[in-house]
Ligand binder design. Structure first.
Ligand SMILES: NC(=O)C1=CN([C@@H]2O[C@H](COP(=O)(O)OP(=O)(O)OC[C@H]3O[C@@H](n4cnc5c(N)ncnc54)[C@H](OP(=O)(O)O)[C@@H]3O)[C@@H](O)[C@H]2O)C=CC1
Ligand SMILES: CC(=O)N[C@@H](CCC(=O)OP(=O)(O)O)C(=O)O
Length: 346
């Protein structure tokens, strides 16, 4: 597959390059940057030395990129990807677009515009939400994929079986999630300085984070009714990893065995979802550098609540890995191609 990456100098772009370097069917054609065109990617990311000697192109080359590529991954800030997607598909209607940002995640554009404060400029795109395990049959035939957010991937995967099999009160969903600092991207900002983050943990965007409507839309679709959640993200002093701890009131009479069965029914055939089981504790380090999502759950008999916990690597299952998983599905390859390796541990 001839692949280009728009926004290759970002963390998700670099992670795509790392994964695609050992993908047997992938040929990386063009990689772009607006700030450093002409620079070798191995100069910006020395860890990619020996794997790539390519120099960066720019969006000025979009016509050539769109015409020659079969897949374009986009790793740009929201608001920019939809313009690239609109232009690239106009130039080459056959090209597949996989956007790692938020522009193509929402079926309801009004919700996107309300939360992201930009006008949606590619409303006619018939994009598919790329949470592979839940939308595989649509991903297969998609021309444009809105790859999910990192917190949303972990949180939705933890809660989906409970919602699907109607085991919990939909008014009681609470998600408490923690992310490593690479989730904020490579750009410099005060909040991600070492001295701000090290030896510290903080909540941010409480009751206002943009992943809230994304989680609500997907879980609402699974439930067949609208729902609202509480979602609180936290920044923790690690480079990679998301741990999402999700709370819900179990409906009366739901047994622990029924909960176990719901997780098994939802995910037993899913390679990238490792069900650790009831009473188990997922750990971000066990997923580091991989496309795995580890899930465990607990039932608190005193409060009648279930606590479901998911761990992922935000840059892999939460971004570049899931994007490659979606590409594999679209091109009818084994979903694990280029993604089947053990975590780096410790
Ligand atoms: N980091 C993560 O864990 C996750 C990120 N995402 C999403 O993926 C996308 C990329 O994220 P990430 O790689 O972390 O971001 P980074 O900040 O690390 O990289 C952003 C990229 O976008 C380019 N860029 C920045 N501004 C512009 C602009 N105005 N026009 C064109 N290009 C621009 C930069 O290139 P240059 O400056 O060289 O031109 C760079 O390649 C975002 O939408 C993000 O929300 C999704 C899931 C997880
Ligand atoms: C730690 C950190 O800052 N994380 C990012 C989420 C990264 C992500 O998935 O963002 P998109 O939905 O924009 O793609 C944040 O909270 O905004």
């Amino acid at each position: 597959m001839k692949i280009s990456i728009v926004g290759a100098t970002g963390y998700t772009g670099a992670e795509l390059l790392r994964i695609l370097a050992s993908h047997p069917a992938a040929e990386v054609l063009y990689i772009t940057s607006e700030s450093q065109p002409g620079t070798g990617i191995h100069e910006i990311y020395p860890h990619l030395t020996r794997f790539y000697t390519k120099t960066l192109a720019s969006l000025a080359d979009l016509e050539k990129i769109a015409l020659e590529s079969e897949v374009i991954f986009i790793g740009l800030p929201h608001g920019h990807a939809m313009e690239v997607g609109r232009k690239a598909t106009a130039i080459n209607p056959q090209v597949k677009i996989i956007d790692l940002g938020a522009d193509y995640r929402f079926k309801n554009h009004a919700i996107y515009e309300q939360w992201y404060k930009v006008e949606h400029t590619h409303k006619e795109a018939r994009a598919v939400y790329g949470l592979t395990e839940l939308y595989r049959s649509q991903v297969k035939d998609a021309a444009i994929i809105g790859n999910p957010g990192c917190y949303t991937t972990a949180s939705i995967l933890a809660l989906a079986p409970l919602v699907k099999y109607k085991l919990v009160d939909l008014k009681s969903l609470i998600i408490d999630a923690k992310s490593g600092v690479s989730g904020a991207g490579r750009g410099l900002s005060l909040g991600s300085h070492f001295t701000e983050v090290f030896e510290s943990v903080k909540a941010y965007n409480v009751a206002g984070h943009r992943h809230t409507p994304e989680i609500e839309a997907v879980l609402g679709e699974i439930a067949g009714q609208e729902l609202v959640i509480n979602f609180t993200p936290h920044l923790i002093p690690v480079a990679r990893g998301i741990l999402s701890t999700c709370y819900a009131n179990l409906k009366d009479g739901v047994s622990p065995e029924a909960v176990d069965e719901a997780y098994r029914a939802a995910y037993s055939g899913e390679y990238f979802i490792r069900l650790l089981g009831r009473g188990a504790y997922p750990v971000t380090k066990n997923t580091r550098g991989t496309n795995f999502c580890d899930i465990g759950w607990h039932i608190d008999n005193r409060t009648g609540r279930i606590i479901a916990i998911a761990a992922i690597d935000n840059l892999v299952k939460g971004a570049a890995g899931q994007a490659v998983q979606n590409m594999n599905v679209i091109f009818n390859l084994d979903e694990k191609t280029g993604l089947d390796y053990a975590p780096l541990y410790p």
